[in-house]
Design a protein around this ligand. Structure first.
Ligand SMILES: Nc1ncnc2c1ncn2[C@@H]1O[C@H](COP(=O)(O)OP(=O)(O)OP(=O)(O)O)[C@@H](O)[C@H]1O
Ligand SMILES: [Mg+2]
Length: 343
């Protein structure tokens, strides 16, 4: 037993803007927690909570307690906190006993990142002791994770809409043929809702309240959304005093128009560049939506109407990227090429 217990496992790490998920070979997703660190004074030496255990501190924290999101728009913006957070999640997934465990890691990154942003992810993996790292683009992992035949010569179109980025990619023969990534997704939709409330109702709401209102949207197409009012809690922008307002949810649907438009434009960009030999596959097979924001009611129908192709929302849409990267971790020995780092 003992000796096998110390064999380093192969894992997949999907560090999302909002959620980090870790897959362990032959086990599945064992960690799925918020990408958040809470620290006194925002100081890495005074960490109070990481991930889901931050939940109870957020909102009721007083004084100099800071809530840190180490990622923004899909990329690491606070390297030190990201490293601590990832180390914590990986230890939780595979243990960090006396014997140093040096896993082989498949790690996901968004499509259009700078060399520095890519390097930060690789460095973070090396800092937690990864002995080999395979970097996979999120859209490819998402297509694989939703069960599309990505290694076949046919074309597959995936739209992965998470919290920080939207990835649109045409996938075929084991790679990405064409893709476009924008830093607009669920969080920008929350911001649009917060902006609308501020402007129309002079109320300031927290990120989570804005997200909660989004989750109450019955349909993002205002012409379809039913007439219904919701009570929203926040603070008066003039006095800072707590207040509540009645908000028309049809108007909330209207308020997310801009970020939704940007997502549509990203899809249009890719659709307009599909090589003729793969176009028939897409017209027939349509678009597959993954990522947490794929569940936004009416978004699938809106895309189908706009582009005249069938649209399917993946089952467990939020987990597709991790499952795809996990599938690659299950077959780590078959990975190679320029995306494999370390030996
Ligand atoms: N039922 C739902 N309807 C609409 N949006 C949802 C739903 N469930 C989750 N979301 C949104 O999905 C987003 C999180 O998705 P996901 O976990 O895929 O993001 P992520 O992987 O952390 O981010 P990224 O991949 O962009 O870096 C959040 O904006 C959340 O509000
Ligand atoms: Mg993601």
């Amino acid at each position: 037993m003992g000796i096998f217990h110390n064999v380093s496992p192969d894992i997949a790490v999907d560090i999302g803007t909002n959620n980090t998920r870790i897959y362990v070979k032959d086990k599945g997703i064992v960690v799925n927690e918020a990408s958040v660190v809470v620290a006194r004074g925002g100081d890495a030496r005074s960490i109070m909570a990481i991930g889901d255990s931050s939940e109870e501190l957020i909102g009721r924290s007083a004084g100099d307690v800071r809530v840190i999101h180490p990622l923004r728009d899909g990329v690491i913006v606070d390297y030190e906190m990201a490293q601590i957070m990832i180390h914590y999640f990986v230890s939780k997934a595979i243990g960090s006993g006396r014997v140093l465990r040096r896993p082989r890691v498949v790690v996901t990154i968004p499509g259009e990142v700078s060399k520095v942003e890519r390097r930060a992810v690789i460095n973070a993996m090396q800092s937690i002791g990864a002995r080999q790292i395979f970097v996979v683009e999120q859209a490819f992992a998402a297509a694989l994770g939703t069960g599309l035949p990505v290694y076949e010569p046919q074309g597959n179109l995936v739209v992965d809409i998470g919290g920080g980025t939207t990835e649109v990619a045409l996938v075929s023969m084991g790679g990405i043929v064409l893709s476009h990534s924008i830093r607009v997704a669920g969080n920008k939709i929350d911001e649009a809702i917060a902006g609308f409330l501020k402007k129309q109702h002079a109320i300031m709401v927290t990120e989570r309240v804005a997200e909660q209102i989004k989750l109450d949207i019955a349909d993002i197409r205002p012409e379809i959304a039913p007439e219904h009012m919701a009570v929203v809690r926040g603070r008066d922008i003039a006095t800072g005093m707590p207040m509540t307002v009645d908000v028309n949810m049809k108007k909330v649907s209207e308020s997310v128009h801009e970020p939704v438009r940007e997502i549509m434009d990203a899809i249009r960009w890719v659709l307009g560049r599909i090589p003729p030999e793969l176009a028939a596959d897409i017209l027939q097979g349509g678009i597959y939506m993954t990522g947490g924001t794929a569940a936004l009611p009416g978004l699938d129908a809106m895309i189908a109407t706009e582009f005249g192709v069938p649209v399917s929302v993946a089952r467990d849409a939020g987990e597709c990227t991790t499952l795809g990267a996990g599938y690659m971790a299950d077959h780590f020995d078959m990975l190679g090429g320029a995306n494999l780092i370390g030996k």
